[in-house]
Structures are given as C-alpha cells and as structure tokens.
Design a protein around this ligand. Sequence first.
Ligand code: ADP
Length: 194
Amino acid sequence: MFNIILFGPPGSGKGTQSEKLIAKYNLKHLSTGDLLRSEIANGTPLGLEAKKLMDAGQLVPDEVVVGMISSALDANQQVNGFLFDGFPRTTAQAEALDKLLKLKGTEIGVVLALEVSDAELVKRLLNRGLTSGRSDDTNETVISNRIVEYKNKTAIVADYYKKFDKARAIKGEGTLDEIFDALSKEIDLRQSEK
Ligand code: ADP
C-alpha cells in the first residue's frame, strides 16, 4: 500500500488534484470535507452538528473526523492505497491517523503540501462559491476564518511530518497540469525509494 496526504490551505487545489491523482495511481480518495458534506446531505445528527461549525469556518472536533476516517479505512480493505484530502488538519488527527494505519500494517508514504498565497486563495474560493453550492465559499468572513484556522491549527501538521522526513512542498500556482506533474514526480520518487 502507498498512502498519500495532500496537504494545503482551503482553496489550494487539493480536491481538483486529488481527482487526477486517484485516477493515475488507483487510490481510494478520502476527503473529510466530502464525508462531512455527505453526512449533512443525509441529515444525520453528526451532519447537523458539523454544519454549524463548517458554516462558521471552524474545524469539526477531532473525534468526529477521526471516527469517520477509521470507518472509511475499515470499509476499504482491498485498495492500492489511500489519498487523504483535508485530513489530518490538527496534530492530534495526524497522531490518530498514524495509529490507525499502523494497526493496518501500513503508513503514510508522502505528504505533499501545496503552497498558494493568501490573496490567490481568497480569489479562488470566492470564484468557486459562484458555482459550488457551498455556503462556506460565498462569504468573505467565513473564508478568512477558514484561512485563520489553517494557520493556527493545521499549518503545524506539516512540521509533524517533517520530523519523519515525509513532507514535500509543491508550488500550488501555475497550470493544473504543471502542478499535477510536480505532484506526480514526488510520488514517483518516493515510490522508487521504497
Ligand atoms: P476546504 O479545505 O476547501 O476548506 P474542505 O471540504 O476540506 O474544504 O472542508 C470544509 C470544512 O469541513 C472545513 O472548513 C471544516 O469545517 C470541516 N472539515 C473538513 N475536514 C476536517 C478535518 N479534518 N478536521 C476538522 N474539520 C474538518
């Protein structure tokens, strides 16, 4: 198994690049944002609780997202690997993920961190809000709250993986293909080292 974390602030292109990467490397895509939105769409108690936080641009509690990821790992035993998108977002989530993967006899292969300027992030998110149907993409205050949450709680997660020499920074501005090629190159390099 080869497991990848696609890391980066909201609007850095994780979702878009994930779609291309799962097709190329035959991975199972696990996006906590998508999993949470599907809970909301199904009107579950978890979804109702999460919606309030998501609408305010705040993170959902660690136990909630770790529980969702744990179930998703159990439900997908026979896969080539996982692509984690939007998870882990706190150091506690990263530690929990390491434990869950260890129980399955596997680990994170590489963490690819997309780097995009704040001005570009806000521009992309507002633009996505025109068509995404996501209320958290239409309000500039909510967008800036999400970027603040990223800076306060999520950015340090990259340091956690740097300790294990697993994190690689990738320039997240340029054409979709340029970014995809840069991501693929790092994955190929890591896989050949294994
Ligand atoms: P983006 O990264 O573009 O903001 P996501 O779909 O990844 O979009 O996340 C949307 C919202 O879902 C976040 O603002 C947060 O409220 C919640 N969320 C998603 N993943 C997590 C996570 N791992 N931990 C806590 N909250 C999360």
